[in-house]
Design a protein around this ligand. Sequence first.
Ligand SMILES: Cc1cc2nc3c(=O)[nH]c(=O)nc-3n(C[C@H](O)[C@H](O)[C@H](O)COP(=O)(O)O)c2cc1C
Length: 188
Amino acid sequence: MQNQPLKIVTLLGSLRKGSYNAIVAQSLPQLAPANTVISALPSIRDIPLYDSDLQTEAGFPAAVEAIAEQIRQADGVIIVTPEYNYSVPGGLKNVIDWLSRLPNQPLAGKPVAIQTSSMGPIGGARCQYHLRQILVFLDAMVMNKPEFMGGVIQNKVDEQKGTLTDQGTLDFLKGQLAAFSDFIQRVR
Ligand SMILES: Cc1cc2nc3c(=O)[nH]c(=O)nc-3n(C[C@H](O)[C@H](O)[C@H](O)COP(=O)(O)O)c2cc1C
């Protein structure tokens, strides 16, 4: 048990091809500490808008069930998302709304880290605090610090190659992942 790698999954809040947040999420596996495996959850793209009639008539969408099961199997979740209009993008809120209605709600007691990146200078800070508020209701164990807010992210990536290039950002993310791995081991 002691030597089992920590399993961390990433939930991406952007649907955009060429998303800066997708670039950040894709950089994480190489920055992970030893004995930690980071992989991406399925896309939230095709999840219908939450509707309790739909839930009653058709059950939970397969994509929601798949995301939920992978979260249950994981030791921790990193939410990687842009800020939309000073808050949480609708698509991300939508999947959280679906997840929140599941029996054996997968985020309850789950260690979570948040990474926001945006084109604005404060890197999605306002989204981050709204997301934390939502995760209180889901009873997730959100790591307080270090907080990652990737400001002016368009200047920190190579869009052609789809890679994060800013060394300070890479170093910060590496530190946050090490802290998250410690956090998971402390709280679980
Ligand atoms: C609907 C919408 C709302 C936005 N609101 C904000 C905002 O509140 N703060 C901010 O810094 N950037 C905002 N932006 C700009 C995003 O930071 C930018 O589109 C960024 O590329 C989104 O992340 P992505 O590349 O991962 O999709 C907004 C963009 C859209 C499309």
